[in-house]
Write a protein that binds this ligand. Sequence first.
Ligand code: IMP
Ligand code: MG
Length: 186
Amino acid sequence: MGKLLPWGMKEITVGDKRFRLYLSSAQIQAEIERLAAEINRDYAGKRPLMVPILNGAFLFAADLLRSLKVSPEVQFMRVSTYGDSMHSSRSARVLLDLDTDVVDRHILLVEDIVDSGYTSGYLQALLQTRRPASVRLVSLLFKPESLEAGPPPDYVGFKIPPDFVVGYGLDYAQMGRELPEIYSLA
Ligand code: IMP
Ligand code: MG
């Protein structure tokens, strides 16, 4: 499936599209170590409630969790997006909710990517109504130029241009989540 271009520019096909290697597995893992160190420092002495947002964040959340020294409780949420395969839907609906009381808890939402910000903004506002001690957001990827709603993430792995990316949990039409690297539309 992959072919090596000159200068190591690996390209792959996912569905009907060509993608180019953008972030290697080693770059991703190094950045996760850095994020984990920040989170360990900020949550020292606390037991955060880590909330990975399904589906895209599951790989990132799993690697982040293994790098944390604080010992969080983990509960998943799932949000539907009504967009097409490449564009944000700008509407969100909760498909899987927490089954725990969050009053006075320190919630750490885990996202794969913040694009328009509608998904994470909606979830942050929703969780705030449940009177937690705090709600913060960590996102592996952030497209600052695409942000239309909600606050920027509190912890960001990589700020990236507004190009479509796939791999490491992120899909293109439900394909490519298994890739250990992140690829950008060629
Ligand atoms: P939002 O636009 O910030 O609400 O992002 C909605 C969701 O769209 C994200 O959680 C991702 O699952 C998905 N998404 C946004 N940008 C990309 C991308 O470049 N590749 C794959 N999925 C994306
Ligand atoms: Mg997502």
